[in-house]
Design a protein around this ligand. Structure first.
Ligand code: SF4
Length: 301
């Protein structure tokens, strides 16, 4: 696998507003995300803990999924016939995918609006952009650090392994030049795979669905609050791989770390949200992020 990332960042930015005819792969299929973001980066439990330790809890957010109508009916029928707790979970009027009555979710990276010109475009625009992307160089501020997510290091390896279209190819299709230079799947992709071993390691289950009334509607409306995110992030950090167990001790410690807003991330996201819609100048990243302590990126020379 070989890719040309210079001046692209197509997998770090939700750029589809610039190319409405290009398929949004995450919004197709049977199970739809509750939110409408694209290019979601799922983190593993230990990566979530590392983000919290670094004070970057504000960079994290959950993703849940809704069930299609037919599947709801099939699950309800199965629950009735077997008397097992597999009935769909309904909160705020949404039928959610779950395990044993608990809604399942990923934790990934937030995308505040930033002024960016992805995929070789000339005019910068305000687009949902990964918290860790330098809007000027279009490089990752945590590349080559211990915080760099496996999902990013592997991309687009899993797509190639599963024979799914890559974001590189979507960028190419929208006129972004040649990005996927070699489509041979990697022989040893990092990170947790699919299947049961993902539970508690990459796919998490919220232990208290009754506490999520109101939260689910806000997330669906793109209006999730800090407390909403905290509930999911601390659950994920306190989960045990291969099980549904959630450690209350770990959850309390994760809550303390989440509440530590000392990193550059919290105030930078807040300021990007205030600035959105103004002049789209990618060099604003120097003031908004680097002046607050964000690491610089080297550029493409
Ligand atoms: S962590 Fe880095 S590579 Fe991954 S989406 Fe964010 S900016 Fe891109």
């Amino acid at each position: 696998m070989r890719v040309d990332c210079e001046g692209c960042a197509g997998c770090c930015i939700d750029w589809h507003a610039l190319a409405p005819d290009v398929e949004e792969a995450e919004q197709t299929g049977d199970r739809q995300p509750l939110d409408d973001a694209t290019n979601f980066v799922p983190l593993e439990r230990d990566e979530i803990r590392a983000m919290l330790d670094a004070g970057h809890g504000d960079a994290l957010r959950p993703r849940l999924w809704t069930l299609p109508e037919e599947e709801e009916e099939a699950d309800a029928a199965a629950a009735e016939s077997t008397n097992e707790p597999t009935a769909p979970i309904e909160i705020d009027g949404y039928r959610l995918a779950g395990v044993n009555g608990r809604p399942v979710f990923y934790v990934g990276l937030r995308k505040p609006p930033k002024p960016v010109a992805p995929a070789g475009r000339e005019d910068p625009a305000w687009l949902p952009t990964c918290t860790f992307l330098d809007p000027d160089t279009l490089q990752c501020r945590i590349h080559d650090t211990e915080l760099y997510p496996n999902a990013c290091a592997a991309y687009p390896g899993f797509n190639l392994l599963l024979d799914q279209q890559t974001e590189c190819e979507r960028v190419e299709a929208s006129g972004g030049g040649e990005r996927l230079l070699d489509d041979e799947p990697p022989s040893d992709p990092p990170g947790v795979g699919l299947g049961p071993q993902a539970l508690g390691a990459k796919l998490f289950a919220h232990p208290d669905p009754g506490a999520l009334a109101g939260t689910i509607e806000r997330i669906a409306d793109g209006e999730g609050t800090r407390d909403d995110r905290r509930s999911f992030v601390t659950t994920a950090a306190a989960s045990a791989p291969g099980t549904l167990a959630v450690s209350e001790g770990w959850r309390e410690r994760a809550g303390v770390a989440f509440d530590d807003q000392s990193s550059w991330v919290s105030d930078a996201i807040e300021e990007w949200e205030e600035l959105a819609g103004g002049e789209a100048d990618p060099t604003l990243g120097d003031r908004v992020e680097e002046d607050r302590g964000a690491p610089e990126t080297p550029g493409w020379d």
